[in-house]
Structure formats: C-alpha cells, structure tokens
Design a protein around this ligand. Structure first.
Ligand code: ADP
Ligand code: MG
Length: 693
C-alpha cells in the first residue's frame, strides 16, 4: 500500500478543494475554515458542484447531512443525487442542499427545549470539518438546530466554545504584542477499546443489550501479571489493527500509535491531534469504523467504559491545547517557563478555570458507563485536580509561596547503555493517576469515558478557559507595564486556586480526605454530578460565553439525567430477564441433576459417599432462592420509580437500583463458581477474555 497516496483518499480535503474549486471560491472557503470568516453563501453552488463531481468519481450515489444529536451518537439520512431530466436522471447537489437540510427533530432528545409540535429541525453545513465519501455516500458534516434556533446537537456549542476561546485568547496574545488570525483549540483523543470474539458475544444478552457484562465471576487470571500492557499483539488482533489503520488513514484520520492496554483483550489507538472540531468528528467516525472492522474479522469491538468487572475499564484521554494559525502553542512553556509571562498567564487561566468549574468539568464526563471507572478506585478518581509535574510544580509552588525559583537543570539521564545517546529527562514524568495532567505542552484530561462524544468535555473546557481569559484581559488591557501587571495576576490567581493542584498519587487513600479538607468536590456518580449543571454560576458561564442559552444549558442537563435513567433501567431489566429466564432455571436444573445423582447413588447403597453433591445442592439451592428474592426486590423498586421526574429518579437509580443490582450480581457470580459449566447458560469471563487468538 502506498500510504501517502492512500491517506485521506476519501476526504474532500484542502488539496482536493484546491484542485477542484475555482480559485476565488477556494480562497473564500479557506478564509472561512482558517480565519473563521462567515461563510460566503454565494460560493455554495460552486462548492456543491465540485464536491458532488468528486464524490461521484469515488462511487457515491447519495449524500447525507451527518450530525451529532444529543443521543451521543451520530445521525444520517441519505438522499440520492438523482434528479429527473426528461426520462433520464442527472446527478446534482445544489448549493442549497449542501448548506441546509430539513430533518424531523421530534424523535431526537431535546430536553423539552423544543415543543413537540415544532418538529422541524435543520441541519447546516459545517465547512470547518471536511466532507468524505463512505460506502457510496457523501457525508457532509453539519450542525443541527431547531426551528426556533435552539441547538439540538453537540457540534454547534463546540463551535461556539471554540469561537469563545479564539476571541478571548487573541485578546491575551495582543497584550504581549502577538497578532494572529485565529486561535484554535486542539485535541488528540486516545481511544481505548476491548476486542472479543463475535461468537461468544452473541451468547451474552447483557453485552448485546447493554454493552457490558452484568454478571461474571472473575477468570482465574485477570491483569495481575501485567503482561498484556504493551505486550506482543496477537495475530488476529494485528490483522484487525492493520485493517483499521488503513480505513482510518483513507478517511484522513491520523492514527498514529496502537498497543495492547492493561487489561486482557484491551487495546488503544492514539491519533495525531487536530483542531477540536475535526478531532470530535473523526473520533466519532473512528468508533464507528472500529465496530465495523471488528465485525469483518469475526470480532466485536466493545467501547463501553466497563465491559468487565474486576479488570480495568476503558477511557479516552483528551489531550487539549490551543494554538495560533502561525503554530504558536499557548501551552508551550519554552526553555525558561519562569520568565515566560504569557505561558504563566495561560497556565494560571487554565488552573483558575478548572478550580472554579471543577463541578461541571466532572459533570461533562458523567455517564452511567463512566461511573464504573471514576470514583471506583480505578482510572482517575472522581475528584478533579491538576498535576503539573516536578519542574512546573516547583515553579508554581515558588510563586504561591513567594519564594525565589531556581530553575532545576534539565537532568541528563542516561539509560546506562553506552551505545545509546543520552536523553534529557522528561520534565513531566507520567502521573497516570491524575485526572488533569500537564504533559509537556498540553493538558491531558483523562476522565472521559471510552464511548463518550468528546465534544461535551471540550465544550466545557473551552468555555471555562475562555471565561478566565476574558477576566484577565479585562483587567490587563491598558496596563502600563504588562509584565508587571500580568505577574501580579498570575501570583494572585495561583494563590487563590492552589488547592486544585495535586502532584501525588490520586489513587492513594490519603487523597480523598485531603481533597475534602481542601473543599474539592467528589461526586462519584452521574446522579450526584450532573445537578451542578443547574447551578446559576455554572449556567451563567455558558450563557456569558455565548455557548448555550439558559434553556439550552438546562435542557442538556435534563437529557444527561434522562439518558442515565434509561441506561440503568435497561440494565436492570436485562438483569431481571437473565436471572429469571436463564440463570435461576439453569441452576435449578443443575441442582435437580445433583439430586438425581444422589438418589441413584443411594439406591445402589446407602454407604456410597455423596457429601460433595449434598453440599453443593444445599449451597446452590439457598443462593438460588436468595437470588430470586433479590431480583424481586430489584423489580419492585424499579417499578416504583417515576422515570419522568428526572432528578429524584436519577437519585433512586444511583442509590437504590444500583445497590440492588450489585446484590443480585454478587449472588449470581457466587452460583457461577459452583455450577457445572455444562449447565451455566452463558460464556464465562475466561471464554470472553481469552477467546481471541
Ligand atoms: P504520549 O502521551 O503517549 O507520550 P504524546 O504526548 O505524543 O504521547 O501524545 C498523546 C496525544 O496528545 C496524541 O494524540 C497527540 O497527538 C496529542 N497531542 C500532542 N500535542 C498536542 C497539542 N498541542 N494539542 C492537543 N493534543 C496534542
Ligand atoms: Mg495518554
């Protein structure tokens, strides 16, 4: 394969645009993409026609406005290019059909922000993310808004939040005499996933209906040997990865690294970062392609945050920064961060933003699936804190304590092999336990769930950082001595927000009480985290930055809770179905079989020993009854919840239903270890985790 040639072959990217568009049109389009100029509608016809011609040459017969409704997934409705002409058809895409589409909005969640009678929703072209051809269809990335102008998707607020950063960051840069056309937020999301065999997957109702196992005793071997992380990749997985990369590259996704993760059957793909908007779109596409490619290989790609209990779950590390169109990375500390006032000011803004809005930042990654990671002694904890590493940590510490800072020399570490070149020690050693870590020239927000649309976290991050920039710019514009004035702000803000900085082990038992002493939030589940979105201060920041209207902000919090309630409800119902129809009957059958065995032994002679059967019979019969009762309790609690009243319903899900489900699960997992594998109705963790060759 000729990689450079194949790369982006399915994308209507910059070079294709340059090749196929009249030069005036090309320039106008690039001005919109690169400098954020308003789209010149008069060019739409020419772009549409070139796009269609290119798409048809790639085998496309249809086009679709591709959007990201609040379901968290992507949506598409395909229209063909054909238009009748006499008794023939021609292929056409008009400027109007490129720019807007109409879509029935009534079946997408809107959190009450759109009365049902106003079912009209519009999709509008987002020229900043390139169109692509996939499976005979031209995909046009779009935003999705209602008839009344309310946003109904994740992309429009993301774009608005990027505009907010652009506007306020340029004011900050200007203070230091730096002019630029545009400041973009950049994102590189590292995607974790599990691969299991399709055959085993289809035997598990829980995986099929909920994406995770609701039962399963641990396999005799989990991740304790730590031999899977970066281990040799199995041939079948390697084939999958090769195929995946080829597909991703053809869509212009910069898939860069791939490796085995910590848990058995767990893997990761990291792309090279790009602008936040494109990163979001390509991550959505990546997840879809992962699922499809897996199918082709007889595998299933599990993107759930916690498919298996007892071994690591999957997340998505959101590497985030900001840079100018000239390539200046605002989070690059340079060789001497202590005298880099612009960097220190940007750093102070991020630290202030994360401290002031820790509640919504945590809430922006809250979901039923992710609750199994955050706050469950795994991945990052549910407490937001910022990790700066040794060098930067010492610098910030010296500012907070008004001490002199002596720049630590870059340590020349040698790896002890004479042939090997000496390399400088990484200034930010890798603290894997921090939820928000500075890693060289970017922050890595590690709380995101593996199946999340990364738009949510980035909307929040962009908004709160833009707000901090705005406050700093308001204060500093017009200062006589900018260095002096800025350093005063830096010192004041770092002192005010130093509680959010934590450079130690986030999994350690000391951290929770210490964080509580510092007054940091620790919301362990979605039901407790999301209500922060309703607080005035938190709504205000979105409204003030022009990202959400008040009603949009409230609607989105409602949808998050609604979604949480629906997921737990489906999980509980699936659990009940499995227990009542498969597990209890199977165990009962096995007990009956054991009883028959005892009876036949005793028919031969009363002296044949059958203690083992009798012991298992007694244990299983008791556990089966307990399971039945626990399931009944779960069922009656579930029925009693008014699922339309989102706040109390989500509380009941978190604090009544989930504990009920945990009780049922513990009983069932106990029975699994006592029941003959011939009778157990589902593949076990061993079957699921060690089935791929
Ligand atoms: P690792 O964390 O494994 O050392 P890197 O630090 O090179 O790897 O990058 C991890 C991820 O961060 C990659 O997706 C990379 O593209 C992304 N990244 C690097 N620089 C930036 C940046 N300025 N903005 C956003 N993401 C970035
Ligand atoms: Mg990482």
């Amino acid at each position: 394969m000729n990689l450079p040639e194949k790369f982006g072959e399915n994308v209507f990217n910059d070079s294709v645009q340059k090749e196929t568009l009249p030069s005036e049109v090309y320039k106008a389009l690039r001005a919109t993409i690169e400098a954020g100029n308003r789209l010149d509608v008069s060019i739409a016809g020419a772009v549409a026609s070139a796009m269609k011609k290119w798409a048809v040459s790639k085998g496309a017969t249809h086009y679709t406005h591709w959007f990201q409704p609040l379901t968290g997934l992507t949506a598409e409705k395909h229209d063909s290019f054909i238009e009748p002409e006499g008794d023939k058809v021609i292929m056409r895409l008009t400027g109007k059909s490129l720019i807007v589409g109409e879509s029935d909005a009534s079946s997408f969640p809107s959190g009450g922000s759109r009365a049902t009678y106003m079912a009209r929703g519009y999709t509008a072209w987002d020229p900043t993310s390139p169109a692509f051809v996939r499976g005979g269809t031209l995909y046009i990335p779009t935003v999705f808004v209602s008839y009344t102008g309310d946003t109904l998707d994740k992309k429009s607020p993301l774009l608005r939040s990027m505009t907010a950063v652009d506007k306020q960051a340029k004011r900050i840069l200007k203070l230091f005499g730096i002019e630029c056309k545009k400041v973009s937020t950049t994102v590189g999301p590292e995607q974790e996933y599990f691969l299991i065999s399709e055959e085993e997957y289809y035997k598990r109702k829980d995986l099929r209906l909920t994406g995770r196992t609701l039962f399963g005793a641990p396999a005799s071997r989990g991740q304790e040997l730590e031999d899977h992380y970066f281990g040799a990749i199995k041939p079948k997985v390697a084939e999958f990865m090769r195929d995946l990369d080829e597909q991703l590259w053809s869509y212009g996704v910069l898939s860069k690294t791939k490796h085995n993760e910590v848990a058995p059957a767990q893997h990761e793909m990291a792309p090279v970062f790009t602008t936040a908007n494109v990163a979001v779109d390509t991550n959505m596409l990546t997840m879809e392609i992962m699922r499809n490619v897996a199918k082709k290989h007889g595998l299933v790609c599990l993107l759930h945050e916690k498919p298996f209990e007892g071994i690591n779950g999957s997340g998505k590390h959101n590497n985030w920064s900001m840079s100018t169109d000239k390539g200046l990375n605002l989070l690059n500390p340079g060789a001497n961060p202590e005298s880099n006032t612009l960097f220190k000011l940007v750093l102070a803004a991020v630290i202030k933003a994360v401290d002031d809005y820790q509640g919504i930042l945590r809430a922006s990654v809250a979901s039923a699936g992710n609750d199994h990671r955050l706050g469950a002694n795994e991945a990052p904890p549910a407490i937001i804190s910022v990790y700066l590493g040794d060098q930067l940590g010492a610098l910030v510490d010296s500012i907070v304590k008004d001490k002199n800072y002596t720049a630590g020399k870059v340590v020349q570490a040698s790896i002890g092999v004479p042939e090997s070149p000496i390399f400088p020690k990484d200034a930010t050693d890798r603290n894997r336990t921090s939820p928000f870590a500075f890693t060289g020239n970017k922050f890595e927000f590690r709380m995101l769930g593996s199946q999340a649309n990364v738009a949510d976290a980035n909307i929040c991050l962009n908004t709160i950082v833009a707000d901090a920039f705005e406050q700093f710019a308001n204060e500093l514009e017009g200062a006589a001595d900018i260095e002096k004035a800025a350093n005063k702000v830096i010192s004041r803000e770092l002192k005010a927000h130093s509680r959010i900085i934590f450079n130690h082990d986030g999994y350690g038992p000391e951290w929770e009480p210490e964080a509580a002493r510092r007054g940091l939030l620790n919301n362990k589940n979605t039901a407790d985290a999301v209500p922060l979105f309703y607080e005035d201060k938190n709504v205000d920041v979105f409204v003030h930055q022009g990202v959400f209207t008040r009603s949009e902000a409230i609607a989105r919090a409602d949808i998050r809770l609604e979604n949480y309630i629906k997921i737990i409800n489906i999980e509980a119902l699936t659990m009940l179905e499995m227990v009542k129809r498969d597990i209890i009957p199977s165990v009962s059958d096995y007990v009956a079989e054991l009883c028959r065995n005892v009876a036949s032994k005793q028919a031969v002679s009363g002296s044949i020993p059958c203690d083992s059967e009798k012991d298992v019979i007694a244990k299983l019969a008791e556990l089966n009854d307990k399971t039945y009762k626990a399931a009944q309790q779960l069922e009656s609690h579930l029925k009693a919840i008014d699922k339309d009243d989102v706040k109390p319903a989500s509380q009941s899900m978190a604090h009544v239903i989930i504990p009920d489900m945990e009780r049922v699960r513990a009983l069932v997992d106990g029975m699994e270890t006592l029941t003959s594998s011939d009778f157990w109705p589902y593949p076990t963790y061993f079957d699921l985790l060690y089935s791929v060759k």
